[in-house]
Design a protein around this ligand. Structure first.
Ligand code: 13P
Length: 249
């Protein structure tokens, strides 16, 4: 069965709640496309207003992060139950910015993965190499390690429902998109890694996105690749251009 494309925006630390509502109202008619899953991953404080504004549309709302404990003395964190209580379905985990600025490791990402599944959330687990790693030829070794640790203890059924976002760090926010060949090669490598960890059926089911300077002119070629099942979009998700990315065909 063909995998349904999933095109998600990662708003990062942008948009106040009132700006968020305005943006959803602008984008709502532009991102209408039932052939793909459209997800807006937004700052925690924007989740409820965005959900209200998106009502009746095809927009699904996701979070950008989540903690791996149920509740308690973890000042500033958001729990999985807080997300599911308001209807959130997706959560980005292990974005490179969280790994770099907030000391997240593949081990903490793994704890978050297990907790997300326990609560019925679909994780969008990010992985990706630095420019140095690419230049040293260790891209796939590094990404395989991120995927293997991230998926420790995840069942085949859970893995089949997950989303992995391949985001080369050197392509994020730089305007420097990976070439279609580079993106396809790594996404195929990630799928092969899932096949080794699980089986062919799981590898065929899991959705793998590309992220890193995706824009309206690069989306169509990227998303046409056999192992690229959509995109995780930063900057361009805050603009009407996101409508063109969602309707890339
Ligand atoms: P840009 O699309 O702004 O490069 O960001 C990509 C990203 O980090 C999405 O998670």
């Amino acid at each position: 069965m063909a995998r349904k494309k999933i095109i998600a925006g990662n708003w990062k630390m942008n948009m106040t709640p009132s700006e968020a509502v305005e943006l959803v109202n602008t984008l709502k008619p532009l991102v209408a496309n039932d052939e793909v899953d459209v997800v807006f991953c937004v700052p925690a404080i924007d989740i409820i207003p965005v959900m209200e504004a998106a009502k009746g549309s095809n927009i699904q709302v996701g979070a950008e992060n989540m903690y791996f404990e149920e509740k308690g003395a973890y000042t500033g964190e958001i729990s999985p139950a807080m997300l599911t209580d308001v209807g959130v379905k997706y959560v980005i985990l292990g974005h490179s910015e969280r790994r770099e600025y907030f000391a997240e490791t593949s081990e903490t990402v793994n704890k978050k993965m297990l907790k997300a599944f326990e609560h019925g959330l679909t994780p969008i687990m990010c992985c990706g190499e630095t420019l140095t790693q690419r230049e040293q030829g260790v891209t796939m070794d590094f990404i395989r390690q991120q995927v293997k640790v991230g998926f420790l203890g995840v069942t085949p059924e859970q893995a089949a429902s997950a989303v992995i976002a391949y985001e080369p760090i050197w392509a994020i926010g730089t305007g420097k998109t990976a070439t279609t060949e580079q993106a396809q090669e790594v996404c195929a490598g990630i799928r092969a890694c899932i096949a080794e960890l699980y089986d062919e059926a799981t590898a065929e089911a899991i959705r793998i996105q590309y992220g890193g300077s995706v824009n309206a002119s690069t989306a169509a070629e990227l998303f046409a690749q056999p192992d690229i099942d959509g995109g995780l979009v930063g900057g361009a998700a805050l603009k009407p251009d996101f409508g063109k990315i969602v309707n890339y065909k």
